[in-house]
Each structure stands twice: as C-alpha cells, then as structure tokens.
Write a protein that binds this ligand. Structure first.
Ligand code: ADP
Ligand code: MG
Length: 296
C-alpha cells in the first residue's frame, strides 16, 4: 500500500475495477460477493435503502475498516455496536462521506444508496449530506437562538420565506419532541437548554432539512437516564419517517431501540442480523461474549 499525500483521497478497489453490480440481483438472498456468499447480508431484508459492500478504510497506513458488508433497511433502526476503537464512528461517517474531510483517508469497496454508489464522481456530496443527516455524540447547538438553530439548515438550502421557515421550525421541533418545552422561548439562546434538550434540538436541526436517513453517533452518551429515555422514545417515533443508523456502546440501548444490529470488532464486522437474534441467538462466539458483557 502506498501512503497517500496529505489531503489526497483515492478510491481503492481490491482486485481492481469496479464492484460488480450486486444491486441488480434483487432479492437480497445469498448475494454473491467477491468473498462468496456473504453471511453478513441478511436474507429477510428485501429492499435495503443502503448497501455497504466490502468497505475498507485506511487512516494513512492504519487500516480501520476491513471488508465490511451489510444492509441498512429503510425506515428501521440499525445499531452499530462494539467496543471503543472498533471502527463504529468511522463506518458511520462513511455513510454520508464525512471521512472525505479527513486528510490521508483512503476508502475501498462501496456504499450504495438507492442502488447508486455514494462515491460516484458525479454525485453531489452536499446533496448527499442533505439526504443523510447526522447527530453527534456531544450536542453542538450553534450559539444562536433555538429558532435560528433549526432554521439554519433550511435557509442554507434555499428556504427564505418566513412563513415556510416558521412552519419548518415548528414541525421539526414537534418531530424532535421539544416543541412544548420551547415554544414560548424560541428566540432565547439554545445554549440555555439542558443537555437532553440540546440533543433534541440537534435532532430537530437534522429533521429540518428533511433527510431520508439520520445517523446518530452515541447520541445519549452524555445524557442522564431520563433524557436518554426521551431520546430512545423519540427514535422509535422517528423511524416511521426516517431510516436510522445509531452507534452505541450501550448494549441495552441497542437491544431496546434497534431492529437490526451489526457487531464490529477490531474494524471487522463479526455478525449482523435482526437485533433479537444477535442478542438471543448469536452465531459467533465473540458476539455472544460481547452481548453478555464478557468483554468490551
Ligand atoms: N481522524 C482519525 N485519524 C486517524 N485515525 C483515526 C481517526 N478517527 C479514528 N481513527 C482510528 O480508527 C480506529 C477506529 O476509531 P473509531 O471509528 O473512532 O472507533 P469507535 O467509534 O468504535 O470507538 C481507531 O483505531 C482510531 O484511533
Ligand atoms: Mg465512536
């Protein structure tokens, strides 16, 4: 492997050439990959919104992701679990190409969004990030009013009409289960909100640009149990409208909120499947040890 120059980001395809068009094979059952039939692709997901295919990622000479393949079904919650440093955030950031912003990153394999590679040279990355929003571990409201935090994204994407912005701010705050708590102080600073409220504001901000997918990176790790329960309830409501991918190292949380779970360890996908199966009848010994709390 050659080390890339700073800022350079190149695409690697193991064995050269493009990935075969796996999407064309339809049903999702026993999809052929270059590694043979991939057990990590679950047969009961017929029409995934996103397909991660043999994804690899290097930070300089350090390989953080190794040949990861799994499916992300539409309007479900998919959890990425695993011990600290196993590559969960790295994988999540690949989905809306946030790793593009990191110097020296090289990526191989592919991620298909509605059948199209997100790494397609023709694809508009800003448009991709509008369709795939993100909520981070630490809530990061702008030092502006509650209203302005939510209106920021829509404004950036060209909504200028006040009536439309008012409507979006209200519907997004309602969507994030925050409206009742803040409707009388929309023009107060967002920084005056509690931690849990700030995180729900960040969710409202993500919703306001009307994405299809929302990525959550440990959204509750800085919150108390009451605030955490609110966010978990909220996620359950959100999945009727959005496809959700959540990184968590809290096993109970993954078991409570998600429909599908991917267990990562040392940059590899150990096991993937319906959450109930991963937590009750895992196929791999490492998964069992991890979900039983024997390591990590
Ligand atoms: N920006 C970065 N530059 C270099 N290495 C990184 C960067 N981000 C993460 N890594 C490395 O990639 C590996 C996976 O990290 P990460 O995706 O943050 O794991 P997790 O979210 O599971 O804790 C770790 O070895 C980490 O040190
Ligand atoms: Mg992380």
């Amino acid at each position: 492997m050659t080390t890339p120059r700073p800022g350079e980001r190149e695409r690697l395809f193991q064995g050269g050439g493009r990935m075969p068009d796996l999407h064309a094979s339809g049903s999702g059952v026993g999809l052929p990959t270059r590694h043979g039939v991939d057990p990590a692709i679950d047969s009961d997901i017929a029409n995934p919104l996103l397909r991660v295919e043999a994804l690899e990622l290097w930070y300089g000479s350090n390989q953080a992701l190794h040949g990861i393949s799994f499916l992300i079904p539409e309007k479900k919650i998919t959890a990425l679990i695993g011990p600290s440093g196993c590559g969960k955030s790295t994988l999540l950031r690949c989905i809306n190409r946030l790793n593009d912003l990191v110097d020296g990153v090289r990526i191989g394999g592919d991620i298909l969004f509605e059948g199209r590679s997100i790494y397609d040279a023709e694809l508009d990355v800003n448009q991709l990030r509008r369709r795939i929003g993100m909520v981070f571990q630490k809530s990061n409201p702008f030092p502006k009013s509650i209203y302005e935090n939510v209106a920021y994204g829509p404004r950036l994407h060209g909504t200028t009409q006040k009536a439309r912005l008012d409507e979006l701010v209200e519907s997004s705050l309602r969507g994030a289960a925050l409206w009742e708590e803040v409707k009388d102080r929309l023009h107060d600073s967002a920084l005056g909100l509690s931690g849990g409220q700030q995180q729900r504001l960040c969710i409202a901000r993500a919703i306001a640009i009307e994405p299809e997918v929302i990525l959550f990176d440990e959204p509750c790790s800085a919150l108390d149990p009451v605030a955490t329960a609110k966010i978990e309830d909220l996620m359950y409501d959100l999945k009727s409208r959005f496809t959700i991918v959540i990184v968590t190292h809290n096993m109970q949380q993954a078991a409570r909120v998600s429909d599908y779970t991917a267990f990562l360890y040392l940059g590899r996908l150990v096991e993937y499947g319906p959450t109930t199966r991963i937590f009750t009848k895992p196929e791999k010994r490492e998964t069992e040890d991890y979900v039983m709390g024997r390591f990590g």
